[in-house]
Design a protein around this ligand. Structure first.
Ligand SMILES: C[S@@+](CC[C@H](N)C(=O)[O-])C[C@H]1O[C@@H](n2cnc3c(N)ncnc32)[C@H](O)[C@@H]1O
Length: 256
């Protein structure tokens, strides 16, 4: 709560941003409310999922949940509480549409809705997505098939095993979206692994940076890393860049 109040008091809007790159980023990706054609389809899928009564047995390989105490979950519950909500998912879509990353890795597929937001903007991209829970991933794969999505490669297993394998198969990691296993150690480990395949255009996004004090610590360590040239704190998630055009390292809190 205190972190949220502090964020509300100190985060920037377009009026406070002196950096042209961050100003354009804010105006195009956060302030701009113009919908893309794909949003209609994605909204109606979200609506359907939010009514879906199918129950799944969850096998969580991560840091656990603060929302649920049993391992039985309905798709409609996951849609409302366990995945990126519309505003954030649409932001990810706009980000991909702007920066055109060709290789995208998502850690934490869940039911696959956000993976679709990652895959739809750029048909030539490949979205590699990893999910530990077999039943959830089976559901996500059906969703991809039903919507004829061709650029998602999904993998079932632990991030610790599969993420290094995928990294060794690609030349450059253009975009990383970490949305699972929110412990300090795991998050720093994924960041360090991802650094081995970054270039100056890469973008890494870490979800739930204020989920716990461990995650706050991990986020601070990530944006303080000397290879990071620019970091944006959107409270719910944080983004780091390695742009060489950024002459001095900068960090901004942006009102999301
Ligand atoms: C918050 S959800 C992902 C939500 C998804 N990105 C979205 O917005 O639609 C996190 C997912 O990561 C999976 N997960 C957590 N830790 C994992 C690990 N170590 N290996 C594999 N999957 C993991 C969980 O099973 C869960 O489905």
């Amino acid at each position: 709560m205190l972190s949220y109040i502090n964020y509300q008091l100190t985060s920037y809007t377009e009026h406070d941003l002196h950096s042209p790159f961050v100003y354009n980023f804010y105006m195009e990706l956060i302030k701009n409310k113009n919908p893309f054609d794909d949003f209609e389809q994605l909204n109606s899928i979200r609506k359907e999922l939010s009514l879906n009564e199918t129950v799944l047995s969850i096998n969580d390989f991560g840091a656990g949940s603060k929302t649920w105490s049993t391992n039985q979950r309905k798709i409609k519950q996951i849609t409302k509480k366990g995945i990126a909500q519309k505003k954030q998912a649409e932001f990810l879509y706009k980000l991909i549409n702007k920066f055109k990353p060709k290789s995208i890795i998502e850690l934490g597929t869940s039911i696959g809705l956000t993976t679709m937001y990652l895959s739809l903007p750029l048909k030539k991209s490949t979205v590699y997505t990893i999910e530990g829970c077999r039943e959830i991933l089976a559901f996500a794969k059906q969703l991809f098939e039903k919507n004829a999505i061709k650029n998602i490669k999904s993998y079932q297993g632990h991030f610790n095993e599969l993420f290094p394998n995928i990294l060794s198969d690609i030349d450059v990691l253009d975009l990383l979206y970490v949305d699972g296993n929110h412990s300090y150690e795991a998050t720093i480990n994924y960041f360090n692994l991802a650094l081995t395949k970054k270039n100056t255009q890469s973008i890494f996004i870490f979800d739930d940076i204020n989920w716990s004090t461990e995650m706050q610590k991990a986020w601070k360590e990530i944006y303080s890393n000397s290879e990071v040239t620019l970091s944006l704190d959107c409270f719910y998630f944080g983004i780091v860049f390695f742009r060489k055009e950024q002459l001095e390292k900068e960090h901004f809190s942006l009102k999301f």
